[in-house]
Design a protein around this ligand. Structure first.
Ligand code: 3HC
Length: 286
C-alpha cells in the first residue's frame, strides 16, 4: 500500500515535528488541533522553523514554500476522510486515545492505517477500540523529531505484515531509521532510558553531586549528547513522570517509581523547557 496523504493529530512538540518531516519528504499532511488558535499556532511554528532553516542555508526558499504548501490544519477530525495514514500525537491519555481511535475508524477510509506516536500507552488497546485492529500500530518518534533519527515501529499481536511494512517504508521515507518492537510497556528506548533518568534524580536527591556536575559527568564520562537533567527538561518532566508511572504500574519495580522530587516539580508546574523552568531555567518557553 502506498502512503501519500498523512493525517497528524496534535501539532504540539512531537506532532509539529512529525508534520514537518512528513511534508519535507513530499507527503501531503493535514493536522488536527483542538481549536482555531492552536491550528494557527501550529502553522506559525512550522513556518518559523522552516524559515529558520532557510536563514541558516539548510533549506532553499522554494523547498520551504513547497513544504508549507503541503501542510494544512483543521479542527475537525472528520476532515481525515481521505488520508492513507494517521499518526496520533495527542497527550498521553489512554482513554482519550481509545476514543479517538474509535472515531478515526469510523471516519478514515477502510485502507487507512492508524498509528499512535505514544511513548507509553497500550497500542493493543487502541487496536481493540477499532474494527481494523490489523491496521493499528505504534510509531514512536523521539524529541526533537526533525533531529532524532530513530522511529520505533510498534506491532501488536493483531497487526498484519502489510501494515507493518507500509509504515516502516513511510518511516524510512521521512528520513528515519525504523526498529521493530512488540507492543510492550515503554518499548525499547524508554524501557532503558527512563530508569536511568529516574536514577539521576535520585543521585541528585541524595546530595551526591550538583545538577551541573551530574550532567557534565554523563556527557563527558559516558558520551551522552546531553546530561540527564538537560534531557529531562527537553522531554518534559510531566512526560517523564507519566512514562515512569505507567512502567511502575505494569512492573511494580521500585526502580520505575517516580522519585518524590520529580512528583513535586510536576505539581509545581516546573515541567522543563516548555514552561521555562525545570531543573534549569530558560529565557523563553518552547
Ligand atoms: N528541523 C531541521 N533541523 C533543525 C531543526 C528542525 N526543526 N531544529 C534545529 N535544526 C538543526 C539546527 O539548525 C542545527 O543545525 P546547525 O548545527 O547547522 O546549526 C542542528 O539541527 C543541530 O542543532 P543543535 O545545535 O541544537 O544540535 P546539537 O548538536 O546540540 O544536538 C540534539 C541536539 C540532537 C537534541 C542532541 O543534543 C541530542 O541528541 N540530545 C539527546 C536527545 C534525546 O535523547 N532525545 C530523546 C528523548 S526521549 C524521547 O523523546 C522519548 C519520549 O517518549 C519521552
Amino acid at each position: 500500500m502506498a502512503i501519500k496523504n498523512v493525517g497528524v493529530i496534535g501539532c504540539g512538540l512531537m506532532g509539529s515535528g512529525i508534520v514537518q518531516v512528513s511534508a519535507q519528504a513530499g507527503f501531503d499532511v493535514l493536522f488536527v488541533e483542538a481549536n482555531d488558535a492552536l491550528v494557527k499556532r501550529g502553522l506559525e511554528r512550522l513556518r518559523q522553523t522552516l524559515e529558520g532553516l532557510v536563514a541558516k542555508g539548510k533549506l532553499d526558499a522554494r523547498s520551504k514554500d513547497e513544504t508549507l504548501g503541503r501542510i494544512a490544519g483543521t479542527t475537525r477530525l472528520e476532515d481525515l476522510k481521505a488520508v492513507d495514514l494517521v499518526v496520533e500525537a495527542m497527550t498521553e491519555n489512554q482513554a482519550l486515545k481509545n476514543e479517538t481511535f474509535a472515531k478515526l475508524d469510523r471516519i478514515c477510509p477502510p485502507h487507512a492505517l492508524l498509528a499512535s506516536n505514544t511513548s507509553s500507552c497500550n497500542v493493543t488497546a487502541l487496536a481493540a477500540a477499532t474494527k481494523r485492529p490489523a491496521q493499528v500500530l505504534g510509531v514512536h518518534f523521539f524529541n526533537p523529531v526533525p533531529l532524532m533519527k530513530l522511529v520505533e515501529i510498534v506491532r501488536t499481536i493483531l497487526t498484519d505484515d502489510g501494515s507493518t511494512r507500509a509504515v516502516t517504508e513511510w518511516a524510512r521515507a521521512v528520513g528515519k531509521t525504523p526498529v521493530q518492537v512488540k507492543d510492550s510497556t515503554a518499548f525499547i528506548v524508554n524501557r532503558l532510558l527512563v530508569p536511568y533518568l529516574l536514577d539521576a534524580i535520585r543521585v541528585y536527591e541524595n546530595g551526591l553531586a550538583s545538577l551541573e556536575d551530574i550532567d557534565t559527568a554523563m556527557k563527558l564520562g559516558s558520551g551522552y549528547p546531553m546530561g540527564p537533567f538537560t534531557l529531562l527538561d527537553l522531554v518534559g518532566l510531566d512526560t517523564a513522570m507519566f512514562v515512569a508511572d505507567v512502567m511502575f504500574e505494569e512492573f511494580r519495580e521500585a526502580r520505575y517509581a517516580p522519585p518524590p522530587l520529580l512528583k513535586r516539580m510536576v505539581m509545581a508546574g516546573h515541567l522543563g523547557r516548555k514552561t521555562g523552568r525545570g531543573f534549569y531555567t530558560y529565557e523563553s518557553s518552547t
